[in-house]
Design a protein around this ligand. Structure first.
Ligand code: BTN
Length: 331
């Protein structure tokens, strides 16, 4: 059974406000009664609580935090972002998978999602601890037709997409972005983004935006426990990972459309700055040419951080070239 048929059957049951009969599903999707029945059995075995009542049909009562290709495809309402999902129960790194798929010619918007990464990668060569069953590991493949120097702005679009989704779903939580692209909830890191690009000096082959979101973890390894948290720890309840992935794809697709038309992030500066935890705070800029401190003011239309210096002048710093630390610890 193709993932898409399974996803379509799941979508039909999910979207029905009451029982949906097997016949209605068959007519809608052009599949046989036996095929529908087989899919329902599979879904029930995967943990979906689907009630089947003679002469009435099927009804989805509840489902736990299920992450699978069919689950995501049955919930996605985008035009291109995530419309082709590659789901792995276990993989080394979704970024590496997406880069491989890029070489294989997979289309713009393909999304790799994993339940578990055995060699998750963080920025600057660090490891991204990726236990099974608890978090989101996903990588979106893009094939933009603009110059490579604009690629860092895509990371910024992803950062605001994630921030908007979390703050929209959990209104009481304090959501921030630490420049350039760490998402913090209640002052601790919940999400990191690793963007990798294959390009010639004037031409982008592809960009892979890897997103790791701490969703249902209850503990963290000692090396990050001081700075990391999960949505579950902040919100006090189990969180549905698929809902977050789907919402992030929807936001990203919307923002990408505006960005592609405009060519810069000017339409998003106010959103980004409203989340920017460094704004109005002293930062230490770790520039390879020499460290300096200043006051972070916000970002410009290119997504660079504007830093006011003690002598009254201002400099802009680009992500990838420098690292920024708060004066008092992580933020
Ligand atoms: C960071 O260091 O803050 C960036 C972390 C990025 C982690 C994600 S998880 C999905 C994707 N696959 C990887 O190997 N890394 C990114």
């Amino acid at each position: 059974m193709a993932v898409s048929t399974k996803a379509e059957i799941l979508r039909a049951i999910r979207n029905s406000s009451d029982y949906i009969s097997g016949q209605e599903i068959c007519d809608k999707l052009g599949v046989s009664r036996t095929a529908v029945w087989k899919v329902i059995k599979q879904l029930q075995a995967e943990g979906y609580d689907i009630e089947a009542v003679t002469n009435k049909g099927y009804r989805l009562l509840s489902y736990p935090d299920i992450l699978s290709g069919s689950e995501l495809m049955s919930r996605l309402n985008t035009k291109w972002a995530g419309q082709r999902v590659y789901f792995h129960k276990e993989t080394e790194s979704t970024n590496d998978d997406a880069k491989y798929l890029a070489e294989e010619g997979m289309e713009h918007g393909s999304l790799v999602v994993a339940d578990h990464q055995t060699a998750g990668k963080g920025r600057r060569g660090r490891e991204w601890v990726s236990p099974p069953g608890e978090a989101i590991y996903m990588s979106l493949l893009l094939r933009p037709d603009f110059a490579p120097d604009r690629a860092p702005m895509l990371t910024l679009l992803m950062a605001i997409s994630v921030a908007e989704v979390i703050s929209g779903l959990y209104k009481d939580l304090k959501v921030n972005i630490k420049w350039p692209n760490d998402i913090l909830v209640q002052d601790r890191k919940v999400c990191g983004i690793l963007t990798e690009m294959s390009a010639e000096p004037d031409y982008i082959h592809n960009v892979v935006i890897g997103v790791g979101i701490n969703v249902n973890q209850k503990t963290f390894p000692p090396e990050v426990e001081e700075i990391a948290t999960s949505l579950r720890l902040c919100q006090g309840e189990m969180i549905d990972r698929a809902q977050i992935i789907v919402a992030v794809m929807e936001y990203f697709e919307y923002y990408y459309g505006i960005f592609a038309e405009r060519g810069d992030v000017s339409d998003f500066v106010h959103i980004y700055d409203s989340y920017l935890i460094n704004r109005g705070r002293e930062v230490r800029v770790l520039d390879p040419k020499g460290e300096f401190t200043g006051m972070a003011e916000g970002i410009n239309d290119k997504g660079e951080l504007i830093v006011d210096l003690p002598d009254g002048s201002a400099v802009t710093v680009a992500s990838g070239e420098v690292s920024v630390r708060g004066i008092y610890g992580y933020v």
